[in-house]
Design a binder for this molecule. Structure first.
Ligand code: PRX
Length: 635
């Protein structure tokens, strides 16, 4: 038996050593024993970070949906694969068994085929957290189409950019979505987006909110009648290990989002193995990840990781505050959730509401509590540990990224002793390195630097869709022969890692990764705006919030400023989505710049953080006088 399920610390160290001394042998054993292959690989791994090129299990043939669905039917056919918990607690929960999931995925796959979708085609999925989302994803995987899920909170502009970037021919959406007491007109957003997407020929629409929407003839089709007519079985397309499984966009340091490409076999093996170990999932457990499937956390730990293990995964449509702030705990009680995985921003928002709302519910089923998406602060960690976990459920602070596919640094519960705010030890097979700014590796403990990974793991993204050069420039050019994460980290006296935050122009707001460039691009579209710079500042609930410094073309009267603030935030909402709105907007006569014309964000960041005791040497700036003005009028 390979070391598929680690149960104590000694075993962790032993397996870890094995995984880094001989990664090929280690991952081959895992892949061999726990997955279904139509043909085994010719080579476990080939890689070159200089190109960069990474291939796992080359030559192997498989279909990921056979691993996530078909093979479970014989042993777990009636077991619930997905528990769907609707936005409205009055509406009935749905339990979708592995057998039913098979039926639904096959029907959907046949609908896609009927619409002319073929292996390698890109399909955009802009669907809220309803079962059709999971089914659509798996249906694409069934026929070898590449899914590109766009979070159904993104604006029409953000959607059209993503559709065009990956040249999707078909879009799957819903009439609308529920979000607490509100509804969102998703189809309207899609219609607007498609005005600038000439490549899209077909739109499939799931009915969710029963709103009156327009259906464009010969383009838009209601999904359900097509599913009803479709055949309930569909042979899986036999895929190569390194064929793309999906594209998922993440922000970067330019205005254009990066379409991260994950390939089938490595992603499957990595998400399944991390899921099993990091949550210590056991056969009859109920697992709940509160993320939206529109983000990598949902892809890996609502859909693929759990289903590859034959697990029961909860899918929640709503928000933590509806009908009240006890909703999460109500769901934990109702479905006897054993592993609960959420983001620090949600923990902070819930902690603010007090302990009573938690204590009302029976949370005794909980065994493991997970955190992801941003650094978890000490206060939130303790609240999670004490109030939710009653000091008996270990917290796993899991550090990873869209690009890494699965968890990279995390405690293994009941195995790794936890420490507040520390992601602790590298996961099996992960070889982190901390680098100084001149490119030297910082060896030993008690060091702080830029976090890199030295060796490939199966879940690493293989490229950026349509732009391999950008993949190379972003991740493999800062440090030679290293994958650079963009994060800073420290390693303490026992070798535990603590993530200190981004070292680039990405800001994590409520766990969402936002590049400053696309937001600035949106602001600069406003006719009154000359220039803008966005930085982050600490926020009680969101972790970080956005502070915008904006220079206007003409100095306006201050009473105009409030209107402008509204218009600018509206513009950001339209271009990107409401998550990217600015909390503070300061109008300034100029932005501090270096002599080569670069905006000095470091200074702006310090002012936004109200940490102006040490602004550094500003005398070399082109316009040092402006710093004083900005400081005096800081919000
Ligand atoms: O800065 C790190 C932060 O989130 C970034 C990745 O964001 P994204 O690709 O959207 O994926 C989020 C979900 C995996 C990282 O570069 N981050 C993620 N998890 C943690 C974290 N920062 C600190 N602690 C974490 N546990």
């Amino acid at each position: 038996m390979s070391n598929y399920h680690i149960k104590h610390l000694e075993e962790y160290y032993q397996v870890y050593r094995k995984s880094v001394r001989n990664p090929e042998v280690f991952w081959e054993e895992i892949a061999e024993e726990h997955f279904l292959w139509r043909k085994k690989w010719d080579k476990v791994l080939s890689w070159d970070f200089a190109k960069p090129e990474i291939k796992w299990f080359e030559g192997a043939k498989l279909n990921i949906t056979e691993n996530c669905i078909d093979r479970h039917i014989y042993t777990r056919g009636d077991k619930t694969a997905i528990i769907f918990e609707p936005n409205n607690p009055e509406e009935a929960t749905q339990h979708i068994s592995y057998r039913e999931l098979h039926d639904r995925v096959c029907r959907f796959a046949n609908v896609l085929k009927d619409q002319g979708v073929k292996k390698g085609d890109r399909v955009c999925i802009y669907v809220p957290m309803i079962p059709e989302l999971t089914v659509a994803i798996l249906a694409c995987a069934r026929i070898g189409a590449i899914h590109s899920v766009v979070f159904a909170g993104f604006s029409s502009k953000a959607l059209s950019t993503r559709i065009n970037d990956s040249d999707c021919k078909l879009v799957i959406t819903a009439d609308g979505s529920y979000r607490g007491a509100k509804t969102i007109d998703l189809k309207g957003i899609v219609d607007e987006a498609l005005e600038s997407c000439p490549g899209v020929k077909t739109v499939l629409v799931a009915k969710r909110i029963n709103s009156a929407i327009e259906m464009k003839p010969n383009r838009d089709y209601w999904l359900q009648p097509l599913l009803d007519d479709a055949y309930h079985d569909c042979d899986p397309e036999i895929m190569d290990a390194e064929d793309p499984l999906f594209i998922l966009y993440t922000s970067g340091s330019t205005g254009k989002p990066k379409g991260m490409v994950h390939t089938i076999a490595g992603y499957m093996v990595y998400t399944a193995y991390t899921f099993k170990n990091a949550f210590q999932y056991r056969e009859h457990d109920v697992f709940w990840c509160t993320a939206d499937i529109g983000w990598i956390t949902g892809h890996s730990y609502i859909v693929y990781g759990p289903l590859a293990n034959g697990a029961t995964s909860v899918m929640f449509e709503g928000v933590p505050s509806y009908p009240d702030f006890g909703r999460f705990w109500d769901i934990v009680q109702k479905h006897k959730v054993n592993q609960f995985y959420t983001a620090p921003t949600a923990i902070r928002a819930l902690a603010k509401q007090g302990a009573e709302l938690v204590e009302k519910y029976d949370l005794s089923s909980l065994k493991v509590l997970g955190s992801v998406g941003e650094p978890i602060n000490e206060e939130a960690w303790h609240w999670y540990n004490d109030v939710v976990g009653k000091n008996k459920s270990p917290i796993i602070d899991t550090w990873w990224q869209t690009e890494t596919g699965g968890m990279m640094i995390t405690p293994i519960p009941f195995v790794t002793p936890t420490k507040p705010t520390f992601a602790t030890l590298p996961f099996i097979g992960v070889q982190p390195a901390l680098m100084d700014e001149t490119g030297n590796e910082l060896k030993g403990n008690q060091v702080e630097g830029r976090l890199c990974i030295k060796f490939p793991w199966p879940g690493i993204a293989r490229t950026i869709w349509g732009n391999h050069q950008r993949y190379k420039d972003t991740y493999f050019s800062t440090f030679e022969n290293m994958y650079f994460t963009g994060d800073g980290a420290l390693r303490d006296e026992v070798g535990y890692y603590r993530i200190t935050g981004r070292v680039d122009d990405v800001i994590i707001v409520s766990g969402h990764n936002l590049g400053t460039a696309p937001i600035e691009d949106a602001i600069n579209e406003h006719p009154a705006v000359a220039e803008s710079a966005i930085v982050g500042f600490p926020h009680e609930v969101k972790g970080s919030a956005l502070y915008g410094y904006i220079t206007l073309k003409e100095v306006g009267e201050s009473r105009m400023h409030d209107n402008l603030r509204k218009e600018i935030n509206q513009l950001i909402s339209d271009r990107i989505g409401p998550i990217a709105k600015l909390d503070k907007i300061q109008f300034t006569s100029a932005l501090p710049k270096t002599r080569s014309g670069k905006i000095m964000r470091r200074i702006l960041r310090k002012i936004a953080e109200r940490d102006t005791s040490n602004l550094g040497d500003i005398s070399t700036l082109l316009n040092p006088e402006v710093v004083q003005e900005i400081q005096e009028r800081a919000l």
